[in-house]
Design a binder for this molecule. Structure first.
Ligand code: HAM
Length: 419
């Protein structure tokens, strides 16, 4: 046999056995986030391209080279979402979620699409669980949201994580820092890689994020934003760190942390795993106090983060996450018994009992083997003789014991036994 079709590069299937772990990550996120007052929002998989270019930033890697963009019949440029924040902000403004004024907390989960060079931990379709809070500038919210994320990772049993945090300042102080950085890099421009030479003109802060050793060297002694931060940003950052201390959340200040999206103001952070290779950031986020206005909404401060679920999954133990397996197997011998079982299976499933069966008219021995493999506790055996007597056999699989029961009472007896 030759396989005719394979999944495309950079995307993958998540198969039963692995999906249980994913369901566990999703279920735990719902449980933890709901304790903090978050509600779920479901956003579309694609949007008008401008939703992403305007928010993520024209000169970011995502917008410059990683978006899956296509044109629909009417000539609109559309893009598969590379992240969730832009869509959540679009929805927040479009549906006036700022009315009545209050703090609005939303979470989402699902696939994102970036046309990056695939490698371990970096996919073209990957999954995020994200959370966004609108309507407060309070640094307690920065710390509380990061705290929620850490508690989530703790619940998943992850260890050896590091929280790196920085402040990217605001419209008042960041331009001053940008100017100082350009001044510093002016004489070192020829040390920079080709990409960073372009970034130098258009988005110099992104140079800090470059993996090239030369760019690293060029920025080694560079000024950092700390020295340029205005009073307001400084005090906001100090308070955020203080609240993190109150929550006993260790953090490393990284004055060169810039993030790959342009909408951030003030707090920016990443959670890095010491157990992963090059793609070791498992979550990132920060404050974006200007984005809602840019989308035509009222001035609304906001804070959020997104978790990379593929990377998180690779850090989790491969223990047996609750696997939804059948509870009852129905084995039949003969046509009449098969007909009876067909109806009985439906009745039991309607009661919420997970029932499995054989579809191949196999021998009883082979059906019992299948029941064993399915891991059921009980098998109900119905044969021609039993049907005539209105009875069936209930077999306790682990105990290898069986008893005769009335067909009419199957539903009642099985429900009792499974309780
Ligand atoms: P981001 O840092 O671009 O932020 O992505 C968040 C996380 O998604 C990353 O830390 C990483 O774990 C995962 N991720 C990103 N790209 C890939 C990929 N190609 N393959 C596998 N995993 C990946 C955002 O997306 C922002 N929207 C976060 C945010 C929310 N900021 C404020 N609110």
């Amino acid at each position: 046999m030759t396989i005719k079709y394979q999944a495309i590069k950079g995307v993958k299937d998540i198969l039963p056995g692995e999906t249980e772990k994913w369901q566990f990550m999703e279920m735990t996120a719902r449980e933890v986030f709901e304790c903090y007052g978050f509600s779920e929002i479901r956003i579309p998989i694609f949007e008008k391209t401008v939703v992403f270019t305007r928010s993520i930033g024209e000169t970011t890697d995502i917008v410059e080279k990683e978006m899956y963009t296509f044109t629909n019949g009417s000539g609109d440029s559309l893009t598969l979402r590379p992240e969730g924040t832009a869509s959540v902000v679009r929805a927040y403004v479009e549906h006036n979620l700022y009315n009545p004024p209050s703090v609005v907390k939303l979470y989402y989960m699902g696939p994102m699409f970036r046309c990056e060079r695939p490698q371990a931990g970096r996919y073209r379709q990957f999954y995020q669980i994200g959370a966004e809070v609108f309507g407060t500038e309070n640094p307690e919210m920065d710390a509380e949201s990061i705290g929620m994320l850490i508690r989530y990772f703790e619940r998943l049993g992850l260890k050896d994580l590091e929280l790196q945090i920085n402040s990217l300042g605001c419209d008042e102080c960041r331009p001053k820092f940008r100017k100082a950085l350009l001044e510093f890099l002016k004489d070192r421009k020829n040390m920079l890689c080709e990409d960073c030479q372009r970034r130098f003109e258009r988005n110099p802060l992104r140079i800090f994020d470059c993996k090239s050793a030369n760019c690293h060297e060029a920025t080694k002694e560079s000024p950092t934003i700390e020295s340029y931060m205005c009073e307001n940003c400084k005090s906001h950052f100090d308070s955020t760190l203080r609240y993190l201390d109150k929550l006993n959340i260790p953090h490393t200040e990284n004055p060169k942390l810039v993030r790959g999206l342009d909408y951030y103001t003030k707090t920016a952070f990443e959670i890095v795993s010491k157990k992963l290779g090059a793609q070791n950031t498992i979550a990132g986020g920060g404050r974006y106090d200007k984005l809602i206005e840019e989308f035509g909404g009222p001035p609304t401060p906001a804070f959020g983060f997104a978790i990379g679920i593929d990377r998180t999954a690779s850090l989790m133990e491969d223990k047996n996450y609750i696997r939804i397996s059948p509870q009852i197997f129905i084995a039949t011998v003969g046509e009449k018994a098969g007909e009876k079982a067909f109806e009985l299976i439906d009745t039991l499933r309607l009661k919420g009992i997970r029932v499995e069966r054989d579809y191949e008219n196999s021998s009883l021995k082979s059906q019992l083997r299948k029941a064993d493999r399915a891991g059921v506790k009980y098998t109900i055996i119905i044969g021609e003789d039993e049907i005539n007597k209105g009875r069936a056999i209930l077999r306790d699989m682990p105990a290898s014991q069986q008893e005769e029961i009335e067909i009419l009472r199957i539903e009642e007896i099985v429900s009792q036994k499974l309780r």
